[in-house]
Design a binder for this molecule. Structure first.
Ligand code: GLA
Length: 421
């Protein structure tokens, strides 16, 4: 078996498969693997569920399945990470919701969630046995759950022997349709009312590119993000907060409330434009300035952050299109300030990492990444400054927080893949 072309976690899962599942008579298809990446987000945080804009890139870290299609409707999984089995049947799906299957471990509920949602869309699936692995750090803000969801869809496609295809033209589902299926699965499995950012980023990744995505129309275009002299350092606080999902859902609700209030404020003066307002995306910075004083303070902060963040996305896109990566740095610092002070989804450990990055020469910019309340920061760093930032983090982060950080360097990489071994 020549597995050189596979990402490392897929190789590892392929090697493991025959040791975990070894009854050859069960199988109706060849051994193969499917995978999908995690993501970073350069800018555009908490804008996705406000119908706004995001600028993510898929990274060279993936979740991967290796396995074989079965003759029957059974799905058996072995998680390399958790060293645990899970099993369910395709029969009765999608009626058995992922969230109700409390007998299954958490990781398997994401997989069941995707499979249920594919079935809900009328997609015919086969049973399979697979080893599941990956190297996206779990719960870090690099979208380990989205990578698991999207790789599940990719695996289902592989185990369908070509009956269920994913692609731009003539395929059963487009990449953005897969993203939408996986987003529904995330809602069912975790209760997080997340936007489309993570799943979309995983589905549409391209090497050396970021994707500017309109989270309302689902249109996207690629922006050059191949920066030889600059590295993307992702630094994990190693803080995980259980309550993060309720705070996330609360932010989302506050944005919905702010939208309704702003619409009602604008309506008497400009009924036509008010009619078009269904999300914060529809409020211009000028309108916000005009009416913000009538909003309760919390909603003013939340809406102010989101409206400014959408603007920052276009500022970063303009800078990248001009090849001016230096100009991106200050926009990232400002984004972090907004997340910390107005949107209030940062935490002491994230702020500490951003402060440390600020004090190191050669760091262009840094900010918290993803939903917040823990997880990691993204840092754009001149290659020559990698060492200095690593040393500063290793020295000051434990001193100030009592914790160790984990430092990783990643690249903008391609989307999902599948192949026979
Ligand atoms: C999480 C969610 C995304 C997005 C980000 C914040 O990663 O899953 O949909 O809202 O937070 O930008």
């Amino acid at each position: 078996m020549d597995t050189k072309a596979f990402p490392q976690p897929a190789r590892m899962a392929l090697e493991k498969f025959p040791h975990v599942f070894n009854d050859q008579t069960l199988y109706a298809g060849p051994l193969g693997a499917a995978w999908a990446p995690g993501r970073i987000n350069i800018i555009g945080e908490h804008t996705d569920y406000n119908d706004g804009f995001v600028l993510p890139a898929a990274v060279d870290r993936v979740a991967a399945f290796a396995g074989r299609m079965r003759h029957d409707q059974t799905i058996r999984l072995w998680s390399h990470h958790f060293e645990a089995y899970a099993q369910f049947s395709l029969e009765g799906l999608p009626e058995t919701f992922a969230a109700q299957r409390t007998d299954l471990p958490g990781w398997a509920r994401y997989i069941l969630g995707v499979i249920s949602e594919l079935r809900r869309d009328g997609i015919e699936l086969h049973g399979f046995d697979a080893v599941v692995g990956g190297d996206v750090p779990l719960g870090s803000g690099m979208s380990s759950s989205a990578s698991l969801e999207v790789s599940t869809a990719e695996a289902c496609s592989f185990f369908s022997n070509g009956k269920f295809t994913i692609g731009i033209e003539g395929a059963t589902l487009t990449p953005m349709q897969v993203a939408a299926v996986c987003q529904r699965a995330e809602h069912a499995a975790s209760g997080l009312r997340s936007g489309i950012l993570d799943q979309a980023a995983s589905c549409i990744g391209r090497p050396g590119k970021a994707a500017l995505l309109d989270c309302r129309s689902y249109e996207y275009r690629y922006i050059p993000f191949d920066t030889p002299g600059i590295s993307i350092m992702v630094i994990d606080t190693n803080v995980r907060r259980e309550l993060a999902s309720s705070a996330y859902n609360e932010r989302r609700q506050q944005c919905e409330e702010a939208t309704l209030l702003l619409r009602d404020l604008i309506a008497p003066h400009d009924p036509e434009s008010a009619q078009q307002i269904t999300a914060l995306r529809d409020i211009s910075p000028a309108q916000f300035t005009q009416y913000k004083e009538y909003l309760p303070e919390i909603l003013r902060k939340r809406a102010g952050y989101v409206i400014a963040e959408d603007e920052r996305v276009f500022q970063v896109v303009a800078a990248l299109e001009q090849g001016d990566i230096e100009a991106v740095g200050p926009i990232l610092w400002r984004g972090h300030e907004g997340l910390r002070d107005e949107y209030q989804v940062s935490c002491m450990e994230l702020d500490t990492l951003v402060d440390i990055a600020h004090s190191v020469n050669g760091v262009l910019g840094a900010r918290m990444l993803g939903g917040g309340f823990g997880g990691c920061t993204i840092n754009l760093v001149h290659n020559e400054a990698i060492e200095a930032l690593s040393q500063a983090v290793e020295k000051y982060y434990p001193e100030r927080t009592g914790r160790q950080a984990t430092i990783d360097i990643c690249r903008a990489a391609g989307g999902p893949g599948q192949s026979v071994a």
